[in-house]
Design a protein around this ligand. Sequence first.
Ligand code: NAD
Length: 354
Amino acid sequence: MPALWNEADWDEHERVEVVHDRASGLTAIIALHSTHLGPGAGGTRFWHYAEPEMAMRDALRLSRGMSFKNAMAGLPMGGGKAVVVLDKDGTKTTEMLHAFGDAVEALGGNYVTAEDVGASEADMVEISKRTAHVCGLPADEGDAGGDPGPFTAHGIYLGIKAAVAHKMGRDSMDGVRVAVQGCGSVGGGVARLLAKDGAQLILADIHAESAQDLAQETGGEVVDVNTIMSTPCDVLSPNALGAVLHEDSIAALDCAIVAGGANNQLARPEHGKLLHARGILYAPDYVINAGGIINVSWEYLCRQAGKKCTIEQVHERIAQIPGRLQSIWEKSEAEGRPSNEVADAMARELIGRG
Ligand code: NAD
């Protein structure tokens, strides 16, 4: 493995810990990209990696992404992320979760964890038995916290409406064609909210049943997963995987706007230039998909302060996402630069690395 600082995704991370606990078999990486604005906050991904380098790359990229996301969301939080390296069978035990909680606790509050791919609220409960620096815990009705998915979906819904107003000059979603890739927690939530506003939905999911069920519920139409990226629509909303925007897929897009929740949608930052050159309005992923981290961060901050935050308070903050997108698009147009470059520069400025 090359030295850490030769890694393409090394970005002067403040701290990268490799944790191994022999008794439980836990192997994890905790990467703190920046604590300039506060403790590094970001979820823990439980995943089987074919190569150790891939786990390190994920931790480095995802933690930098969290620095940018949290800064642009106006949160008093830095950026961090952890990966727990699972075996081929995906074995995850209570002992491993406790050992991971010990590792988070040892960082003394510099890192705050939550759910990511492969993690559940129940896992966070186990981790919370060893550290207070965890969020995304089950919440009482009306309180901030719990599953971040619906909050992420709500922010994306607001962002899509802002994009349609900005690009198409329309203040209603009635009849607007939105293609949704991925009908899970986030994609499903976005689709349900848009359907209430009269949007025409085109849906695709590798689990055909998820797409069919959602289509039935929302009056949408299902298309093949191989055609969703090039389907004629006003808005393409990627809510499944990262790296879906590359030379080939961008050339085939038949939409005016790309706005969705998947992390790292651009295969590489320079793909933002291709979207820009085609005149497609792009909502930078880490700006539009911040609803979930806004929810769990305020759950954490309020608990630390010995009080509770309500869902209404969280929604007030999520409601600021469209304004942030608007200022990015205006700057992008004024300077003739792709929106992802504008957002990255703004985020770097906020974390003191401009
Ligand atoms: P999820 O697992 O609930 O849903 C993902 C869906 O995408 C699944 O139904 C899956 O079958 C489908 N899918 C996978 N590959 C696909 C493909 N090639 N084509 C079509 N569909 C495919 O996950 P989620 O929580 O909804 O997250 C979706 C995306 O949003 C992820 O990239 C995640 O990192 C990102 N994200 C989620 C949150 C959150 O709060 N859950 C927050 C920020 C970002």
